[in-house]
Design a binder for this molecule. Structure first.
Ligand code: AMP
Ligand code: TRP
Length: 338
């Protein structure tokens, strides 16, 4: 039987952090054993807000190397750079022409990011979710593992595929595009800022202390956890709506130590923040250490990394062109005869 397919991606907009790992990448590592897996570095998405070209190049390589360092295995999955596959931009244009503008204006992430950009909101920022739909639909992905914040974008991709393409352009019985499903694993789906348990940990937060980057040194991690916001209560607990910092940090501790939530609840119910913080720090440092070692090793061998990205792009080109050609033909574009 044909394996089901998984596709996901992360933007190379800054240092990947614990939220990216626990909410997304860590799940891909499990999925690659069971599914045909494609993961891309979505560099075209990264230019929807003002960017620095030199940093984009470095961050693109860094992100790809981190995928590998986190355990993505090129024997089991294809890793590629979005802009190496022109079909993403082309399908995006086609989908733009059948997607209602009012669907886009509802997107929560657009509204949040647009506020930050002031007068400088690009058309690309509004279009971001359509490009993401193209990424997914080009590969006939069955499942898209992402964090909670991407749920609305996934729904948009489903609506575009179903309501705007399949129901309008398919000949009876054979849909043109596969309608993907989100895969949001509850644990880790929303890691919160270290400075405010009510805000998501994010690459774009101007305060570096709000997140742990996967490449932070042990010293840096120690400092950031020392500064992390706490509350005045003694003992840590889950499920107390008045204690978002306890929920978040105890959750991170449970995930990284590999101990069940009930176990850490018990272990930490009778200790104060002063005792808990060093335990959390140790768990973070020892989880990130193997990733950092592998990352440093990979960055010393750019040829190896380039070869993986080139193999990934070859596979992605073949699959994406199949879908693009189906859509072109359904839309009535005249084929080029060589
Ligand atoms: P981004 O950093 O926006 O490119 O996100 C890349 C992936 O990480 C997406 O699947 C997001 O849903 C996930 N992600 C980003 N921030 C968090 C967070 N704070 N908690 C959990 N998942 C996250
Ligand atoms: N928008 C996603 C994010 O910020 C990144 C992304 C772009 C993506 N294209 C994708 C994720 C396709 C999954 C599938 O997290």
């Amino acid at each position: 039987m044909q394996k089901k397919r998984v596709l996901s991606g992360v933007q190379p907009t800054g240092a990947l952090h614990l939220g990216n790992w626990l909410g997304a990448i860590r799940n891909w590592v499990e999925l690659q054993n069971e599914y045909e897996t494609f993961v891309c570095v979505v560099d075209l998405h990264a230019i929807t807000i003002p960017h620095n070209p030199q940093e984009l190049k470095e961050n693109t390589l860094k992100t790809a190397a981190l995928y590998l360092a986190c355990g993505m295995d090129p024997k089991k999955c294809s890793i590629f750079i979005q802009s190496h596959i022109p079909a993403h931009s082309e399908l995006c244009w086609i989908l733009n022409c059948i997607t209602p503008l009012n669907w886009m204006e509802r997107m929560i992430q657009f509204k949040e990011k647009a506020i930050k950009q002031g007068d400088n909101v690009s058309l690309g920022l509004l279009d971001y979710p359509v490009l993401m739909a193209s990424d997914i639909l080009l590969y006939d992905a069955d499942l898209v593992p992402v964090g909670e914040d991407q749920k609305q974008h996934l729904e948009l991709a489903r609506d575009i595929a179903q309501q705007r393409i399949n129901s309008r352009f398919s000949k009876k019985g054979s849909p043109i595009l596969k309608v993907p499903k989100p895969l949001i694993i509850k644990e880790g789906a929303k890691i919160m800022s270290l400075c405010d348990g009510k805000n998501k940990m994010s690459k774009s937060d101007p305060n570096e202390n709000s997140r742990i980057a996967l490449l932070d040194s042990a010293d840096m991690i120690r400092k950031k956890i020392k500064k992390a916001r706490t509350d005045e209560h003694f003992g840590l607990e889950f499920n107390n709506p008045n204690r978002p910092e306890s929920e978040n940090l105890l959750g991170i501790y449970s995930m990284l130590s590999g101990k069940q939530r009930e176990t850490v609840s018990e272990e930490c119910s009778n200790i104060g923040w002063g005792k808990f913080k060093p335990m959390l720090t140790d768990a973070i440092i020892s989880s990130l250490e193997p990733i950092q070692t592998k990352y440093n090793f990979l960055r010393k061998d750019p040829e190896y990394l380039n070869q993986i990205l080139s193999d990934g792009a070859d596979k992605a080109t073949i699959l994406s062109n199949l879908t693009l050609n189906k859509v072109r033909s359904a839309f009535g574009f005249l084929p080029k005869i060589d």
